[in-house]
Ligand binder design. Structure first.
Ligand SMILES: Cc1ncc(COP(=O)(O)O)c(C=O)c1O
Length: 405
């Protein structure tokens, strides 16, 4: 019998879901625009994915290692993959064991788990600014407060930046969104400050392999290990948590990343992961393990670097041709992004996004990388997904959009 009373209104969604803004909605709608040139995302070029090699590894994983690929793996990850990651990052000073490694479902899950393990509701995060949108998304359900720090600022005071925060967050290699490198001196200062203030320091490093020019700078976790003195403690026990991923080096669809940290932190994150997805897919982990053992990542890297270096140069050349009078930018040494700042403070880049979509090009406005949503002068441009001709056409369309903003 149908009830005669009308159904009660449904209970509302959690309050934090109301915090997404109009720009995000506009952004999400862009996917439906035909012939759109997307300079907004952070996606790798699919042609760089080693398709036949991964297909063969996946076949072998299921046929020859069904226990790894098809059963529930341990929460921490396949032991052999944890060992492989420990070996990949070990140096004389940084002595890693399996107990230092947690396999996660992409770097994104690492961000989520760190928030679960370290952040109380309304807690304080010291975050490199501007800040990766995915990190802001991961921590939003806890309604954190942010204390932004700019490591490239003159007279940057790392101790003041970190003191009192529940954790600190940095992307030292080719930050998303700015594409900038944090210099060696500032890296040291951050690590010293983490020690001096007892603050966990999260080093998020998806772009660390993507150096197009020059030698890689030391990782924060390496600097932390060096400071521990000799003989280096094993397992590593420092304040830096390192977050790595196969997303930019092999393929993001594998959803395989890792956290490297002190064993007590790995134990805490494991508890958080248990209540999240219980384990990262065994098939992906087995494929990742065999790909790394086989050196597939090292073999495909030169091709990736060559493609992206050319595309970076093409994007910057197009910007010089069409937008040099309206924006300033630095040519990034690596990574996937150019951060362009409007010369005229009156140019509102949230409004520019709307005009850009009318011209069938999408860029990421600075406001989405600011926890307060206040940066209206910058845009992030991705150069890895589109070829040189599409990049040039995208910048031309953007220049037309700037004219009507
Ligand atoms: C700074 C940063 N951290 C983490 C991630 C997450 O990567 P994934 O979850 O694909 O490993 C990304 C992806 O673009 C990123 O730019």
């Amino acid at each position: 019998m149908p009830s005669e009373t009308s159904p009660a209104p449904r209970r509302p969604f959690a309050a934090w879901l109301g915090e997404t803004n109009e720009v995000t909605r506009l952004f999400l709608s862009a996917g439906a625009i035909p012939d759109l040139i997307n300079l907004a995302g952070g996606l790798p070029e699919p042609a760089t994915f080693p398709v036949p090699e991964l297909a063969e590894l996946a076949r072998k994983a299921v046929a020859e290692h069904p226990g790894d690929a098809l059963a529930y793996p341990p929460i921490e990850g396949l032991p052999a993959l944890r060992d492989r990651i420990a070996r990949r990052y070990s140096t004389e000073a940084l002595r890693l064991t399996r107990d230092n490694v947690l396999i996660v479902s992409g770097g994104m899950q690492g961000l989520d788990l760190v928030g679960k393990a370290l952040l109380d509701p309304g807690g304080l995060i010291a975050a490199q600014a501007p800040t990766y949108l995915g990190a802001l998304d991961a921590w939003r359900p806890r309604s954190p407060r942010y204390r932004p720090f700019r490591p490239d600022a003159n007279a940057f005071d790392a101790e003041a930046a970190l003191a009192g925060a529940q954790f600190a967050y940095a992307v030292p290699n080719f930050s998303n969104p700015t594409g900038r490198l944090v210099g060696s001196g500032t890296r040291r200062a951050l690590v010293e400050a983490a020690e001096a203030t007892g603050t966990w320091l999260l080093e998020d490093d998806p772009y660390g392999a993507l150096y197009y020019d020059g030698e890689p700078l030391p990782r924060l976790i390496e600097l932390a290990a060096e400071r521990a003195g000799e003989p280096a403690p094993e397992p590593y026990d420092g304040p830096v948590l390192y977050l790595g991923t196969l997303s930019k080096e092999v393929a993001p669809g594998l959803r395989v990343g890792w956290v490297i940290a002190a064993p007590e932190m790995i134990r805490a994150l494991t508890l958080a992961k248990q209540g999240s997805d219980m384990c990262t897919g065994g098939l992906s982990q087995r494929v990742a393990l065999d790909a790394l053992e086989d050196g597939l990542d090292r073999r495909i890297l030169p091709g990736i670097l060559e493609t992206y270096r050319r595309r970076r140069d093409a994007l910057c050349a197009a910007l010089s041709e069409h937008l040099a009078d309206r924006f300033g930018w630095e040519v990034p040494v690596g990574g996937m992004f150019v951060w362009a700042v409007a010369k005229d403070p009156a140019l509102d880049t949230d409004r520019l996004l709307a005009a850009a979509l009318e011209h069938k090009v999408c860029v990421a406005p600075g406001s989405v990388f600011d926890p307060e949503g206040r940066d209206r002068r910058a845009i992030r441009l991705n150069f890895t997904l589109n070829d040189e001709a599409r990049l040039a056409e995208g910048v031309k369309r953007l220049a037309a959009a700037v004219q009507i903003t």
